[in-house]
Design a protein around this ligand. Sequence first.
Ligand SMILES: C[S@@+](CC[C@H](N)C(=O)[O-])C[C@H]1O[C@@H](n2cnc3c(N)ncnc32)[C@H](O)[C@@H]1O
Length: 211
Amino acid sequence: MRRRVAAGWAIAGAGAAAAAWWWTDSAPYPYSQRWILDLPLPFLTNRRLDALLGARPGERVLEIGPGTGLQALHVAGQLGQAGRLDIVDIQRSMLDHVLRRAAARDVTAIVATQADASALPFPDASFDAAYLVTVLGEIPNPAAAISELRRVLKPAGRLVVGECFDRHFVPLVTLLHYANAAGLTLGARLGPPACYLAQLRPQQWPDSTPG
Ligand SMILES: C[S@@+](CC[C@H](N)C(=O)[O-])C[C@H]1O[C@@H](n2cnc3c(N)ncnc32)[C@H](O)[C@@H]1O
């Protein structure tokens, strides 16, 4: 009887530990499992990203957490000779992977910087647009990352955040909490609540100014 009780506690403990890991672990996505990142995500398609990001030739765009480059290689191709895509990742291996793929395709507009999204090494108002897809929940301080993204965005800039249900999922309501605190407001959303792309705009962006 005593042994059964002990086994019960052991199982409950293991379950609690697994649950704590599922909900609180925020380690960056392992490079060793990168092949999964090349599989297209439901609802978070590049076509939908384009619709919300609106990248144009000549613009400077920032991507946080490019992984293997699923979105980066697509967006960089839209920026033309005068444009530039900055990619920022906490893992050097991910950045090198994207740069190798870009070189193989003659995509030269990508500049890589290893950094934490919570402390971006760029001056204020550097970017016309920024995006991050299935990254926010991996960042230990997501509120700081959204605040940093707002800081480096130009006053009329666009920020697109993609999230899909997994153990790092950030619900839209939580994202909007971070966004509002950082001075951003929801412009548009595509996809269902469990797998969405949200466009955020600085609260004072010109199109919303009366007159
Ligand atoms: C799940 S992958 C997403 C990759 C890509 N966006 C995609 O959708 O295929 C998350 C990426 O965010 C990066 N990352 C995690 N924490 C980060 C942080 N604090 N700052 C910058 N990048 C981070 C990881 O290294 C990884 O490349």
